[in-house]
Design a protein around this ligand. Structure first.
Ligand code: PMV
Length: 339
């Protein structure tokens, strides 16, 4: 054990999940986690993950998830991520990792984006890496692709890039958006997004069409955001999500994330649009449908969804902050670190 690794260093970071308007589905390089195409998302202000990393004098990394020792596969991935941080920092110190998600149990909402964004910021600080937002997003990407974008606040694009150095998150200007998450899922996903992406690339005849189409959607989305054209933003968002699901449904053996209830919610959003309330739907690798609207319409959209289906558990979300260090001794959910 070196003297350096005997010094205990601690950092705590917080990050929020993001929901993509143009989805990431497929890698061109699985080791480096380079995406087949770029993507673009909104980081939310709900469901933060808070992660503390302590460098300790131990033989292996210890990982605690929501107060209990993490499952083996979760721990294996965190250790692989920390190996990368050790390689970058030149330190051999092992870490004690304590991570807390606030996604309600059974909500079925992905926490890998907030999880690895918080992990990247905490690990960089604990291991003394001096990284800017681009460097942090590049590091977070190695933990989970979608985490790349949760480093940044609000609208963020994950550029497909040329290589490891250029496949990073970039801030994007656009209209003020909001989302309402309809929590429909209370079970395990049929297959992880990581595995299903590989199966889609290997077996879905629609995969190549998806990659070409999502790259084009990213250009259309950036133009729509720059023009403050919410109608185009919404139409591209909904169509892009359904194209991703179509490519996934083309897998053999088949994979299907959307449920009959998901389609009911898409239909409900269409009927709200027909009544003059502009709202569109999207869905990640699960049945939960996320309604996308203008920030100014958030309360109306939430009320309309609740009125149409009072059994729908709804969570309203606004644009949220990027991943940041916090002072763990400070009270309140969004205290910034002073150090
Ligand atoms: O969470 P990951 O990095 O395995 O990828 C998830 C991909 C989707 O959530 C389905 C789409 C996206 O762009 O976030």
């Amino acid at each position: 054990m070196t003297t350096e690794s005997m010094n205990t260093t601690t950092a705590t970071a917080r990050a929020h999940p993001n929901i993509a308007l143009v989805k990431y589905w497929g890698k061109r390089d699985r080791a480096l986690m380079l995406p087949a195409a770029g993507s673009l998302s909104l980081t939310l202000d709900v469901f933060p993950t808070t992660t503390t990393i302590d460098l300790v004098d131990a033989d292996e990394d210890a990982v605690v998830l929501n107060g209990s020792p993490a499952p083996a596969e979760f721990t294996r991935r965190v250790r692989a991520f920390l190996d990368l941080v050790r390689e970058m920092s030149g330190s051999e110190a092992r870490a004690s990792v304590d991570t807390h998600n606030t996604v309600p149990t059974g909500a079925g909402l992905a926490s890998s984006a907030s999880g690895y964004a918080a992990m990247a910021v905490a690990a960089a600080a604990a291991y003394g890496l001096d990284l800017d937002a681009a460097g942090l997003s590049r590091l977070a990407r190695r933990g989970s692709g979608s985490a790349t974008r949760s480093i940044l606040p609000g609208l963020a694009m994950w550029a497909a890039g040329e290589d490891d150095e250029t496949s990073i998150a970039l801030p994007v200007e656009g209209p003020e958006l909001a989302m309402v998450v309809a929590v429909l899922d209370d079970g395990e996903k049929p297959m992880s997004s990581r595995d299903a992406m590989v199966l889609t690339a290997q077996t879905s005849p629609y995969y190549d069409g998806w990659v070409a189409s999502t790259a084009a959607d990213l250009d259309l989305m950036r133009a729509a955001l720059a023009a403050d054209d919410f109608t185009a933003v919404g139409e591209i968002t909904e169509s892009n999500a359904l194209r991703m699901h179509a490519a996934i449904m083309g897998c053999r053996p088949p994979v299907r994330y959307l449920s009959p209830k998901s389609f009911e919610v898409f239909d409900l959003l269409a009927s709200l649009r027909a009544d003059g309330l502009e709202v569109y739907g999207t869905a990640d690798a699960g049945p939960n449908v996320v309604a996308v609207c203008r920030l100014a319409d958030l309360e109306r959209v939430e009320a309309a969804l609740a009125a149409a289906d009072p059994s729908l558990p709804l969570v309203a979300a606004r644009p949220g902050p990027g991943a940041h260090l916090i002072d763990p001794t400070a009270v309140g959910p969004s205290e910034e670190a002073t150090a």
